[in-house]
Design a protein around this ligand. Structure first.
Ligand SMILES: [Zn+2]
Length: 103
């Protein structure tokens, strides 16, 4: 469904259709703030309880959000899942949006 310049897709946070330009994030402009806040909260939990080895469901329950939103952050490369264990982790630096490129 690519037109080359942009795609009409559903926002990964709110599910609303919007136009995503090539190279842009699959998050609608209305949800940038929520995406950022969610990222900080998930990272905060993982930093606070590193020994718990939490998966998507554990973190979702702890911060009280839907699991699909955390799965979405994994999909866009903000967090990674340790293969096999399903344990959430992240690249420990500030260039989170470039995490995928460096792999
Ligand atoms: Zn949205």
């Amino acid at each position: 469904m690519s037109t080359g310049q942009f795609d009409l897709i559903k926002c990964g946070i709110c599910g609303k259709a919007f136009v995503k330009y090539t190279g842009g994030r699959p998050t609608c402009p209305d949800c940038y703030a929520e995406e950022e806040a969610l990222y900080r909260r998930v990272r905060g939990v993982l930093t606070t309880y590193p020994e718990r080895r939490m998966g998507i469901g554990d973190v979702a329950e702890m911060i009280g959000v839907e699991e699909r939103k955390i799965s979405y952050l994994v999909d866009i490369g903000m967090f990674k899942l340790t293969s096999g264990l399903g344990e959430l982790s992240w690249e420990d630096d500030d260039s989170r949006y470039d995490a995928k490129k460096r792999l």
